[in-house]
Design a protein around this ligand. Structure first.
Ligand SMILES: [Zn+2]
Length: 198
């Protein structure tokens, strides 16, 4: 077992949207805001994206049962309240970055096209809050039972992460870049394998 922490900086492209559902006024899709009023990505959502990416790359069979030992169940938890070894913080606008004071939120209007008939669908006009380009910070931390497999998988998942939040098809939610810093507790008996992840 080794304790680790990945400090992750995600540069979101202009126009990202992590929704809090429809607003009371009808057709506006509002973004989630934290208690400062800043947009953010909940840890649960980030975790969900990483979970499916790592499932794709691991190639391991998952039994879907509560005692499954596959990598995804080990890291992310399994059905029946079995907790994973890794937790994800919220991704928040970096308050130290110069972008913090000016992270404008704007409204995007669009029209939904019915994909079958290729015509404008009923009730098709939508309004959606969207956020300007911003730097988000968060961390992935916990324990790794098999660091030489689990750590490369987590880094690989981060590298494959292309979008957060809905609407990449509408050109929203894309990721411009990701930076990762790793800190890890290490003991000599583990050897140096855990460090070779590049
Ligand atoms: Zn499994």
């Amino acid at each position: 077992m080794s304790r680790f922490k990945l400090q992750v900086t995600v540069e979101m492209m202009e126009g990202w949207h992590v929704g809090g559902g429809k607003g009371a006024s009808g057709n506006i899709g509002y973004i989630l805001r934290d208690y400062h009023g800043s947009p953010y990505v909940p840890g649960s959502q980030w975790k969900g994206v990483m979970r499916s990416l790592i499932r794709q790359v691991s190639g391991e069979k998952c039994s879907g049962s509560s005692d499954c030992e596959c990598m995804v169940c080990r890291l992310f938890g399994a059905p029946g309240n079995r907790r994973g070894t890794v937790r994800f913080s919220d991704l928040k606008v970096d308050q130290s970055a110069s972008t913090f004071q000016k992270t404008p939120i704007f409204i995007r209007a669009g029209v939904r096209i019915d994909p079958y008939c290729n015509v404008v669908a009923d009730g098709a006009l939508y309004l959606k809050e969207a956020v300007a380009r911003a730097q988000l910070k968060g961390e992935i931390a916990g324990f790794l039972a098999k660091p030489d497999q689990d750590l490369p998988a987590l880094l690989n998942g981060l590298r494959r992460m292309e979008a957060l939040g809905g609407g990449k098809g509408q050109g929203m939610g894309g990721i411009a870049g990701i930076k990762v810093e790793l800190s890890m507790e290490w003991r000599p008996e583990w050897g140096d394998r855990a460090w070779r992840y590049d």
